[in-house]
Design a protein around this ligand. Sequence first.
Ligand code: NIG
Length: 381
Amino acid sequence: MAIVIDGIGELTTNDPEIGRLTDAAVVLDGGRIAWVGPSEAAPAADERVDVEGRAALPGWVDSHTHLVFAGDRTSEFAARMAGKPYTAGGIGVTVEATRAASDEQLAANLRWHAGEALSQGTTCLETKTGYGLSVVDEVRSARIAAEVVDEVTFLGAHVVPPGTEPESYVDLVCGEMMDATADLVRWVDVFCEQGAFDEAQSERVLCAAAARGLGIRVHGNQLGRGPGVQLAVRHGAASVDHCTYLTGDDVAALADSDTVATLLPACDLSTRQPLAPARRLLDAGAVVALASNANPGSSYTTSMAFCIATAVLQMGMSVEEAVWAATAGGARALRRDDVGVLRPGARADLQVLNAPSVTHLAYRPGVPLIWAVWRGGIHPM
Ligand code: NIG
């Protein structure tokens, strides 16, 4: 059944040929975009939705979350707000709670958060394992994630579980654990940071992933300068995420590569780190994505609108750059061309704001602006 969404006051398409339109319409059919253009030329459809001058744009592509988890870390957050630094040490608390949860509890928690994200306009969601850290717990995390989200990443190399010798844990991740999860995931990630995995260990993880034909991504330069960015670029990773502490060489390497710099402003704020240098990256020519990093420790939000408002108000990004980074940028970080864009053939993932322009995302921070969402042509709300 074809639906025409008509009366769009401002339409952001992210398609370089179509550009941004005013007085526009979009036709959805069979889960795909069938037509995009001026209202006056819109073809007839089975159903017409008049959005009365509101702004429409692609749904958010949230390319970095950790939502297969159980438990709560409110007290760690409160201690941090009282001055205790974030060290990623709390990951162990979530690992314990996740291992103790049933499959049903983990799946319900993931579905709840995925629904929360969708209700805020996120129509394409990535999530990671990484709170299991044993073969059995990583496999079940990957299986549960694969049932719920669009993109699944194996992050067995999140931290070394307590009581385990680091090199033998890397052997396990690169061997039995990766073999057991490979059919359930598209991506492999590694947390390359002091206190997690060093450069050589991270490199082993990336090589093991590439040898199995899996895509690679890296958590890098989150808590200090380090080898993560250069490693990601050298290995042709789809993205390197965090990028909070960058040298000039890191910026230049990203600008000269296809590796997307995925910035996580909600995490930088929640962990009391400086905000990632978005402007430097953009001015150098790097491709920047914005993602929520939703997880119970360092960034417990699924709000992409919050990330956009922060990027504009505090990180020197224009509204247009931030919106692109949270849609097409996320799609680039996931190496997808069917989401984050409104053009014929793309997935029918669209959001309508209760506002006349995307500028309101930063102009009205913290205000829920979603008026309607379609995902794969389905109108869940
Ligand atoms: O991306 N950096 C490592 N992993 C997560 C944090 C996970 C946690 O603290 O539970 C992140 O920030």
